[in-house]
Design a protein around this ligand. Sequence first.
Ligand SMILES: *Cc1c(COP(=O)(O)O)cnc(C)c1O
Length: 427
Amino acid sequence: MIFDEVRVIDDTEDNFTYIEKIIKSNEQEDAFYVLDVGDVAKQHRKWLSTIPRVEPHFAIKCNPNETVIKTLAALNAGFDCASKEEISQVLSAGVSADRIIFANTMKQNSHIKYARMVGVTNLTVDSEGELYKMKNLFPEANIIIRFRCDASVAEIELGSKSGCDPGIEAPKLVRKTRELGLNLHGFSFHVGSDCGEPMAYGRGIGIAQNLIKYAESQGFQNVKLLDIGGGFPGADKSIDEIAEIINQALEGLDPSIRVISEPGRYYVASAFTLASFVFGKKTIIEGDETRNMYWMNDGNFGSFIDHLLEIKTNIPISLNKPVSEKKYLSTIWGPTLDPFDCVIRDYWFPELEIGDWLVWPNMGAYTLSLAGTFNGILPPAVFPFIKREALNLLVLEQKIHPKIGSLLGTEGKHWDQQSKSTSLTII
Ligand SMILES: *Cc1c(COP(=O)(O)O)cnc(C)c1O
């Protein structure tokens, strides 16, 4: 039930004060997340006003938290799923199948059959083998051909695994789709996660437009979808420059073509803040150097896969004021016995004590969704909250998105501004 409870907090409060409250009221020891539901809604609004032509489909692999899915569902976003289980999870949040795209280019047979059974008709492919599968298992599907279009700068490059060569392979797949009598619906690309080269989107849109023309020359008059993928930065990075390039590139596009995207990180990175508990400490004195080692209860086999793979290093903020400003060379270990479970190595921190809490902002993307249970350490729980101001905005938006009504609770009572209740249930 804890996952469904969204606490309403005062506008004067923030992530930190809410974290402190949880620690105090629960005698909390386990690591946990707070989720700012208003932040997810804010990112969605920002998208709609900045890139209005493009309909976002949240890539749930980034963080399949139920409250996030329900919030975005109520705001009328679409969803990008990569497996039978992900589709099932989105459907059970009350999303209709036509708002889901099955965007894994390599699909297991049973997953294709499931998509067909539940009415998810948009599926991505990037190879001939996959087209044959579709012919056998889902001949009436809408085929979307994904081509490769890598940004020169991205945190994670995806092109070596997914996406066909746009010059030779994509036209070949168009012809194969024709030959097999399948229904070509559109083209897609993904520039790479956390894209640092905005122009990559412009390139991708240009290539897609050429491919649409090529498809027309091959007798496909109904190519109606352009999917510009994910890769949009989250946390405190702006999407404005990317938006400008996308908007410009789309100016010449036939207005009857529907344009969608698959943002993951963008929606959730800043909404989740992790709090971890320092439960162990060792001080090592070598000559006249003092080094500190700390143990905390989330690690590289939990929320910190980015640290395990050395993709990036998050730096925490101590919730407890250090006794002295003096800094020591410090290492922070995760809770398992694996020496790879080293979250931060040799960083200069003021001294921490057993019982301190560390706060890690911007931890929503590719953290919880990758957390395992190695050594019996369970992934952190999530405590969703919303600020009153953000809640009031959602109440106003109900006129535009009637589905918010269901987000706000059937009775609407919990959400009533006059109500003294401080929690609401997302159903
Ligand atoms: C991972 C993934 C996404 C989301 O990528 P972000 O960089 O988080 O926006 C979107 N589409 C597909 C097909 C993916 O594999």
